[in-house]
Design a protein around this ligand. Structure first.
Ligand code: NAP
Length: 362
């Protein structure tokens, strides 16, 4: 067998000379011919005994030494076998709180997880069974099937712009899990070439609310752009199946619809949680069920980063309207309370004289 790990290729006017620096030639070299791109006479120097033997070859050459191509065949076979396994190579960009939480489920279901983050999470990744890459170039050269953006909402655009997407396969699937949806959809469409697929998603739960499993928890998705080749459709479905398999309630809706609903539900929930957090509520011996719910709400929302909450406000155009509605509702409630109080006070202060005046007029 002849290994070609180090080949020097010299061309002269009449001949091309190739010298291998590998001494693993066991068979006779003279009975082998090689096809090279140029139609020159080729001379080969092998460093197996006799060292640097020159072999003159005829003009048109063809490879008969099939062992030369074997390493490539082997790699291709591995890739083939993996793609037939129905498993994905998922690269999580942003391996913080939520990225790690998702990685556990992906790995549990047999997918291969790569991770990259601004901070060093290599030992956490290793303990979870994922491979951590410090450099996004190295990560992209692994040709993941899916790039999953799991960065804070406010950093997502700069992170996406910094990815060396030219190193990816031509039709890689981009997915995001941001808690707002129109914003990532727009930046994906703006920065990604048209041959990349786009799936915008939002798991409506987090490490706290999903710690006991994802059964019946909502998972919102919008297939923004999925090519109609079988393999691309299957890839997107395989990714969605991860959440289906965990028991999520799959909800397909547009990114715009999501943002409208989420501002009225999720943003309000987080805002109430953060207001209550500022009150520094204490647990007491006489907690009611309702009060326990409030304490849980604080725990659920305060454990998320402020970046996340700020992102819900800044990157959902419906959030400001909800904040104003909340303000108005609080004012209206206070007015109602003070109105009642005012009536009681009035009765106490002027009750008798007003009653007397009414009798006179009757
Ligand atoms: P987050 O504070 O929203 O995001 C933290 C992640 O963003 C970390 O991976 C962090 O990297 C990265 N990051 C922050 N600033 C960055 C910057 N300037 N440059 C590069 N990376 C930066 O907290 P999270 O809970 O992990 O959420 C991640 C994403 O998931 C968010 O988009 C959020 O909306 C979404 N999501 C979260 C939940 C949840 O319950 N937590 C639920 C659904 C969806 P380092 O850690 O390396 O600094």
């Amino acid at each position: 067998m002849i290994s070609f790990s180090s080949i020097q290729h010299r061309s002269t006017q009449n001949s091309t000379t190739i010298t291998t620096a590998v001494a693993s030639s066991s068979a006779s070299t003279t009975n082998r011919t090689f096809l090279l791109p140029h139609h020159h006479t080729h001379k080969f120097y092998f460093n197996s005994p006799p060292f640097f033997q020159t072999v003159d070859l005829p003009r048109r050459l063809c490879i008969r030494a099939i062992d030369a191509a074997q390493p490539y065949d082997y790699e291709a076979q591995l890739v083939n076998r993996f793609s037939q396994s129905g498993k994905l190579k998922i690269a999580i960009i942003g391996f913080g709180n939520f990225g790690q939480f998702l990685a556990k489920a992906f790995i549990r279901q047999g997918h291969i997880v790569f991770a990259h983050s601004r901070s060093d999470y290599s030992s956490i990744a290793q303990s979870l069974g994922a491979t951590f890459f410090f450099d996004t170039h190295d990560l992209c050269e692994e040709h993941p099937d899916v790039i999953l953006l799991c960065t804070s909402i406010i950093s997502t655009e700069s992170v996406l712009k910094s990815l060396p997407i030219q190193r990816l396969r031509r039709n890689t699937l981009f997915v995001d899990v941001l808690s707002v949806k129109e914003f990532p959809k727009n930046i994906f469409l703006q920065y990604l070439p048209s041959h990349f697929d786009i799936l915008c998603t939002h798991p409506m739960f987090g490490p706290e609310s999903g710690k006991n499993g994802w059964q019946n928890l909502a998972f919102v998705f919008d297939k923004v752009r999925i090519g109609n080749e079988e393999s691309r459709l299957t890839r997107a479905e395989t990714f969605l199946d991860i959440f289906k398999n965990e028991g999520c309630r799959m909800v397909e809706m547009t990114c715009a619809e999501h943002d409208k609903y989420a501002a009225g539900s999720q943003f309000i929930t987080h805002t109430m949680g953060r207001i209550l957090e500022k009150l520094q509520l204490d647990s007491t011996q006489i907690n009611t069920k309702g009060y326990e719910t409030l304490l849980n709400l604080v725990e659920n929302t305060a454990s998320d980063s402020f970046d996340l909450y700020y992102g819900l406000f800044m990157y959902n155009k419906n959030a400001m309207e909800q904040l104003e509605r909340l303000d108005l509702a609080f004012e209206a409630l206070k007015k109602e309370l003070f109105g009642h109080l005012h009536e009681v006070l009035r009765k106490q202060l002027f009750g008798k004289s007003e009653a007397g005046a009414r009798e006179v007029t009757q």
